[in-house]
Design a protein around this ligand. Structure first.
Ligand SMILES: *[C@@H]1O[C@H](CO)[C@@H](O)[C@H](O)[C@H]1NC(C)=O
Ligand SMILES: *[C@@H]1O[C@H](CO)[C@@H](O)[C@H](O)[C@H]1NC(C)=O
Ligand SMILES: *[C@@H]1O[C@H](CO)[C@@H](O)[C@H](O)[C@H]1NC(C)=O
Ligand SMILES: *[C@@H]1O[C@H](CO)[C@@H](O)[C@H](O)[C@H]1NC(C)=O
Ligand SMILES: *[C@@H]1O[C@H](CO)[C@@H](O)[C@H](O)[C@H]1NC(C)=O
Ligand SMILES: *[C@@H]1O[C@H](CO)[C@@H](O)[C@H](O)[C@H]1NC(C)=O
Ligand SMILES: *[C@@H]1O[C@H](CO)[C@@H](O)[C@H](O)[C@H]1NC(C)=O
Ligand SMILES: *[C@@H]1O[C@H](CO)[C@@H](O)[C@H](O)[C@H]1NC(C)=O
Ligand SMILES: *[C@@H]1O[C@H](CO)[C@@H](O)[C@H](O)[C@H]1NC(C)=O
Ligand SMILES: *[C@@H]1O[C@H](CO)[C@@H](O)[C@H](O)[C@H]1NC(C)=O
Ligand SMILES: *[C@@H]1O[C@H](CO)[C@@H](O)[C@H](O)[C@H]1NC(C)=O
Length: 742
């Protein structure tokens, strides 16, 4: 026959296939094979004949005026002039796929993603069902493509099981079927695919156990990824011998038992074991961690949400200098955060929350110059926050809450100019709040200092918290008047001042905090009237004024209309309000003098009539106004903008459009092509690369800040710019004559 079977090296890329038609799978029939390079030309012409829609007219080049190897989308082998690649992705082609495709015997790669082919994929390509409804299963006939080397079925909706026959694809090097709905077990025979390099079936419903000989039967495996399934049992000890592994992702399964030694895994870069039932909650569980100590490539170790016990392994300080993410939270890990952790000068994320760590935070933490996220909340850490924390200038999030830390909050935190979120609550911190910390312009999500022993006044630097969404200083020993410039914190949605010794009135400047959803000033010594402006805060859903010394009439509108939202007990001098608040009636001045009474009645009637007239007038004016078309776009349409449209809107971030520059980022003015809306784009320069996947989630808070009459955040953008750098921006409505800080 002259043709070695070896040459049918078909790479089938079915991701994003867009095939329509009946769910048919014809039975295999032998394809008539005309051998030679004419076969390929014939096959391609048959393919062309079945393509009926070709808006981009790409198929016109498929004509006899040039050699078929020059036709669009065709790549031929250099020596033998046979088709090796057929790439017709994203060409808006429609029609069906001719069975003659099966004659392209030298085809290595076939990519038809994102077209409109209907009907089934002919069995000649390996008997794949058409995938548009994606309800199909992987056809067992695929097992007959014994030369297949790479098979990608990622991001479809394949159900059913992994056919036993896949175990016959002995030449398979890459198998990816992530993010489908495949169930059943991994066929034992698949563990026998001795040439496999990438085996990836994450995000399915696969059950069963991992074969104990895994690394023996798959000696070349580099990426083994079964995350997000229902796999139980132990991690095979044989994995210790999988020296080619660079990625081992077993996370989000039901694995239990010990993790074997990983000493020989010299190439390991990612080890994800999180969210399983690994470990026994005892010493020794973490022995495997130290077996990674000589591994020079390790970047990510995530073992959180397991049952690992024992002490925090000291060997971590000897880990690779490229090590960047350590996630060990939510286990039963004891002991101290090891001194020497500062050696890990590439570390960007250190998460150790919800363990039983004790002892101090080592001072050399300050050497982690790249650290962006540091979470050690819900442990038993004691001692002070080391002053060196101020050296962590890349820090974005700091969580130290629910520990036994004491001493004062170091003013050096004021050097961490990228902080968005910090929680220090439920510790024994004392002293005053350092003004330098409040003065950081980066604060935008949460600053929680609650449940400590902080004293002194709320520093006037609180006015710098212009972008902060939530401020919680409750349950401390703060005293003095509430600073008037608290009214500058116009982004606040939640403000908790309760459980302190504040006195005096609620400052009138707070009338500018129109976005407040929750305000708790309970359990202080505040006095004066309850401000009327609170009744006009449309977003306010929780207002606690309890246990203060407020006096006078309580308003009855807005939040005050709702007794499940307003709390006023323990204010003996308050009166009025809705009956459900159970306050006493307000005493009107009693007088026995009937003439005075009469006068009052007359004045009241005149006033009443005037008011009614005024009211009617206002109503009339309003109605007129309402009939005019509103200029702003729909209230809830949080825009979905791409980097590209922002780029266009700001004229490529031109200097002419630059309206402000700060440590937190640059602000550009722009006009959206899509809507003509004038926007302000705040490009954040706080995040450089990596470890920032959660940005959008973080921005959720910001995005929801939509104060009336205030700057409205239209959307937050996170992605990658054309240079491949992370790009983060907040898009606001543009306010003429107003800086964003206003
Ligand atoms: C087939 O190959 C022969 C020799 O290699 C060559 O002369 C001929 O032109 C080729 N035909 C096509 C259609 O490419
Ligand atoms: C044949 O293909 C060539 C090259 O792509 C093209 O220039 C030409 O217009 C095509 N001829 C016809 C008749 O479509
Ligand atoms: C696979 O090949 C075997 C032997 O060549 C044949 O008997 C069987 O019918 C084929 N299976 C399918 C589903 O085509
Ligand atoms: C796996 O391969 C071995 C040796 O080649 C063989 O003995 C065994 O039966 C195979 N197992 C399966 C399930 O195919
Ligand atoms: C690893 O491989 C060596 C040599 O082939 C073998 O002796 C040893 O038993 C293997 N270890 C495991 C845990 O499979
Ligand atoms: C790491 O390397 C050192 C020095 O070469 C050696 O003494 C130690 O046993 C190695 N540790 C592991 C776990 O491989
Ligand atoms: C591990 O790190 C510590 C502290 O930096 C150092 O004293 C020790 O020699 C290191 N051990 C190895 C095996 O490199
Ligand atoms: C913090 O940085 C300063 C200067 O940048 C340096 O002198 C100091 O040693 C650092 N402290 C720690 C604990 O890394
Ligand atoms: C209101 O504040 C008081 C005093 O701090 C507290 O006891 C009460 O639980 C608060 N009400 C609500 C609903 O949280
Ligand atoms: C509350 O404030 C009043 C003055 O407004 C003062 O007389 C009183 O001592 C204060 N009570 C507490 C407990 O601080
Ligand atoms: C009253 O407030 C509660 C708590 O915020 C809320 O669940 C409820 O919907 C409010 N009722 C009305 C009528 O606004």
């Amino acid at each position: 026959m002259g043709i070695s079977k070896k040459h049918l090296e078909v790479v089938i890329l079915l991701s994003c296939f867009n095939l329509r038609g009946p769910n048919l799978l014809g039975l295999a029939t032998a394809t008539t094979v005309i051998r030679g390079n004419d076969t390929d030309q014939q096959a391609l012409l048959h393919l062309k004949a079945k393509i009926i829609g070709d808006q981009l007219k790409v198929m016109e080049s498929w004509n006899s005026s040039i050699h078929f190897c020059q036709w669009h989308g065709i790549t031929c082998g250099r020596k033998h002039q046979r088709v090796t690649k057929l790439e017709l992705q994203f060409l808006e082609l429609s029609g069906s796929l001719s069975p003659y495709i099966g004659n392209l015997r030298f085809l290595k790669e076939l990519n038809l993603a994102s077209n409109n082919f209907y009907d089934h994929i002919p069995q000649e390509v390996g008997h794949l069902r058409r995938l548009e409804s994606l309800r199909g299963s992987i056809p067992p006939a695929l097992g007959n493509l014994s030369s297949l080397e790479e098979l990608y079925l990622t991001y479809n909706a394949l159900s059913g099981v992994l056919p036993e026959g896949l175990g016959r694809l002995t030449n398979l090097t890459h198998f990816s079927a992530d993010e489908n709905s495949i169930s059943g077990i991994i066929p034992t025979a698949m563990f026998n695919l001795s040439n496999i390099i990438v085996f990836s079936i994450g995000g399915n419903k696969i059950q069963g156990t991992l074969h104990s000989d895994l690394a023996i039967t798959m000696p070349h495996v580099g990426a083994f990824s079964v995350w997000g399934n229902q796999i139980y049992g132990k991690i095979p000890i044989s994995i210790s011998n999988a020296s080619n592994l660079y990625q081992l992702q077993l996370d989000e399964n039901r694995l239990s038992g010990n993790v074997p030694s990983l000493e020989k895994l010299e190439n390991l870069f990612v080890l994800n074991l999180y969210t399983n039932h690994l470990g026994h909650g005892i010493e020794g569980d973490l022995n495997f961690v130290c077996t990674l100590v000589n591994n020079t490539k390790l970047g990510i170790l995530s073992i959180h949400n397991n049952n690992f016990g024992g002490v925090f392994p000291k060997c971590i300080r000897n880990f690779s200098r490229t090590f960047s993410v350590l996630g060990i939270e939510h286990n039963n890990i004891l002991g101290r955060i090891p001194d020497g952790i500062g050696n890990l000068n590439s570390l960007e994320v250190l998460r150790a929350s919800q363990n039983q760590l004790s002892g101090p935070i080592p001072s050399d933490i300050g050497r982690l110059q790249k650290l962006k996220k540091f979470y050690v909340d819900s442990n038993f850490l004691s001692g002070i926050i080391p002053h060196s924390i101020g050296n962590l200038t890349m820090l974005i999030e700091l969580a130290l809450d629910v520990n036994k830390l004491k001493g004062s909050i170091p003013s050096s935190l004021g050097n961490c100019q990228n902080l968005l979120r910090m929680t220090l609550s439920h510790n024994n911190f004392s002293g005053s709040i350092p003004p330098q910390v409040l003065a950081l312009s980066s604060w935008s999500i949460l600053l929680n200092l609650s449940s400590n022993y902080l004293t002194g006044e709320l520093p006037f630097e609180v006015e710098k918290l212009k972008n902060l969404g939530e401020l919680d200083v409750s349950k401390n020993r703060l005293s003095g008047l509430l600073p008037n410039n608290l009214g500058s914190c116009v982004s606040l949605e939640k403000l908790f001042l309760d459980g302190n010794l504040f006195e005096g009135p609620i400052p009138s400047s707070l009338s500018s905090l129109r976005g407040l959803a929750a305000l708790d000033v309970s359990d202080n010594n505040l006095s004066g009237k309850v401000p009327e402006f609170l009744a006009s805060f449309g977003a306010l859903k929780y207002l606690n004024l309890s246990f203060n010394d407020f006096e006078g009439v309580i308003p009855s509108e807005g939040v005050f209309k709702n007794s499940s939202a307003t709390f006023v007990e323990g204010n003996n001098k308050l009166c009025g309000g809705i009956t459900e608040l159970h306050l006493s009636r307000c005493n009107s001045a009693k007088s026995s003098n009937t003439s005075l009474r009469l006068k009052i009645v007359i004045v009241a009637v005149i006033l009443g009539v005037t008011l009614i007239f005024l009211f009617l007038l206002i109503l009339l004016l309003r109605k007129k106004k309402e009939q005019q078309p509103t200029t702003t776009c729909a209230e809830n349409s949080l825009l979905r903008l791409s980097y590209q449209s922002i780029l266009r809107a700001t004229n490529g971030f031109s200097t002419q459009n630059l309206v402000g520059l700060g440590s937190f980022g640059s602000v550009y003015r722009g006009i959206l092509e899509e809507t003509g809306e004038v926007i302000a784009v705040k490009v954040l320069n706080l995040l450089n690369h990596g470890a920032s996947r959660s940005f959008l989630a973080e921005c959720e808070v910001l995005k929801n800040i939509r104060h009336r009459n205030l700057v409205k955040v239209l959307t937050a953008i996170s992605g990658v710019d054309y240079q491949g750098n992370d790009f983060k921006a907040l898009v606001y409505e543009f306010m003429v004559n107003g800086s964003l800080e206003d």
